[in-house]
Write a protein that binds this ligand. Structure first.
Ligand code: HSE
Length: 299
């Protein structure tokens, strides 16, 4: 009565799509081992390497997500939850979302799959809310469903799977500093000048059209975020230089991954992605920050 799952990291916002776009990243994520217990409670074991993450199930994203599922099912089944975190919290690549998504996928499996994956996104979102102070599914949807997701609406939740073109690659640099999503959301102005909004929704539509027609140039010129990136980039060391270098290295586009500090770039083909990864490495080698770079296909 035990299940082991891999919960992928994810890039959310994807430039212009604040809170509505996200895709899963191959090979980067958390592992979770979840086992039924007969104590009618959720027991979160110390999270390996991150002892300061809460183990109180009411404060832990995995605990809250599981509880939301159990409440809906009117079940008092207990679970032991072991989380092996490979993504540092506050990374911008969906660390909390991975734990929330992995938890509900595993629990659903152990209970005989009463819910569809799509329904699980709702429960995972409740867990994510604990970490970010706000409801958003642009990391939990791809972490739960895989692939590239559009959250067309939140009330009711309406998630659409987007099929990206065959040769779309992503490079992510993760500086090993922590940015709390809650704080990175609090700095955002609640108002958007109409002119900026027009440019932004032009880009969102352009990005969708580019993804569906495999028009890489259109994807590139649509990626730009006129609203959130300018307000958040100050939180990320060397952001402007990094972006300039990756664009010179041939990236289709580049922006902050989620709420940062990770930064992602899109590329056509693996070769181009490797050149971009090297450009990122050159910029960050000059800093005294630790960082990791991931190259992954967008699928
Ligand atoms: N869309 C969210 C934000 C993602 O940018 O605040 C957080 O990971």
């Amino acid at each position: 009565d035990s299940v082991k799952v891999f919960a992928p990291g994810s890039v959310s916002n994807v430039g212009c799509g604040f809170d509505i776009l996200g895709f899963a990243i191959d090979g980067v994520g958390d592992e979770m081992i979840i086992t039924k217990n007969d104590q009618n409670k959720i027991i979160i074991q110390t999270v390996k390497d991150y002892e300061d993450l809460p183990t109180d199930p009411k404060k832990n994203v995995a605990g809250v997500a599981i509880q939301a599922l159990l409440d809906d099912l009117e079940s008092d089944q207990g679970f032991d939850v072991e989380i092996i975190k490979n993504i540092k919290p506050g990374s911008g690549i969906g660390s909390s979302a991975a734990s929330a998504a992995g938890a509900v996928v595993a629990v659903n499996e152990l209970l005989g799959k009463p819910y569809t994956r799509m329904q699980l996104v709702d429960f995972a979102m409740k867990g994510e809310e604990v970490a970010s102070g706000d409801v958003h599914a642009d990391n939990v949807a791809p972490a739960t469903l895989g692939g590239f997701c559009l959250i067309r609406g939140y009330n009711p939740l309406d998630v659409i799977h987007i099929q990206p073109p065959a040769d779309l690659w992503c490079v992510v640099i993760h500086p090993q500093i922590e940015i709390k999503t809650k704080e990175a959301r609090e700095i955002l102005s609640p108002q958007i000048p109409l002119k900026k909004a027009i440019r932004q929704w032009g880009n969102v539509a352009g990005l969708m059209a580019g993804l569906y027609t495999a028009d890489y140039d259109l994807i590139g010129r649509s990626l730009e975020d006129h609203i959130v990136e300018p307000q958040r980039k100050v939180l990320i060391p060397e952001f402007d230089e990094l972006k300039l270098s990756v664009m010179e290295a041939g990236a289709l586009g580049c922006s902050i991954s989620g709420s940062g500090p990770s930064v992602f770039a899109l590329a056509k083909g693996k070769e181009s992605a490797d050149v971009i990864a090297a450009a990122m490495d050159t910029v960050y080698k000059r800093t005294d920050l630790d960082y990791k770079i991931y190259v992954s296909k967008v699928s």
